[in-house]
Design a protein around this ligand. Structure first.
Ligand SMILES: [Zn+2]
Length: 118
């Protein structure tokens, strides 16, 4: 299984995980995801399998609506790195644009209708 590494833009938040080769991603059309326009890891990775390395207090969390999902971002460079799923708490979707060696714009993409949920 391939090993992936990634980071925010400034490098204060780094992460690693193992996943099947990434050939597709997921976008969501809820009010938040539409604004950030990210392409996310699909399927998600389990909390225990996402290794996170954070410099000090660089990682912040944003929540809205039913406050189940946890949207993490680097508070130094502003980049969204990963979030804990609303539909599957304990599982994380990673921002594929922040993963080394993945051309996120070239991936097949499923659009999740989150607008209907939030
Ligand atoms: Zn950063």
């Amino acid at each position: 299984m391939p090993h992936y590494t990634g980071s925010c833009h400034c490098g204060a938040v780094k992460f690693e995980f193992d996943a099947d080769e990434i050939t597709q991603g997921l976008s969501c059309n809820c009010s938040f995801c539409e604004r950030r326009a990210a392409i996310m890891l699909n399927p998600p990775v389990a909390d225990a399998d996402l290794k996170r390395t954070v410099d000090g207090d660089a990682l912040s969390c944003y929540q809205f609506g039913n406050k189940v999902a946890k949207h993490y971002f680097c508070n130094r460079c502003g980049i969204y790195t990963f979030h804990e799923s609303m539909r599957k708490p304990g599982w994380f979707r990673v921002n594929l644009g922040a993963v080394d060696g993945v051309d996120s714009f070239s991936l097949e993409r499923e659009v999740f209708n989150g607008r209907e949920l939030l």
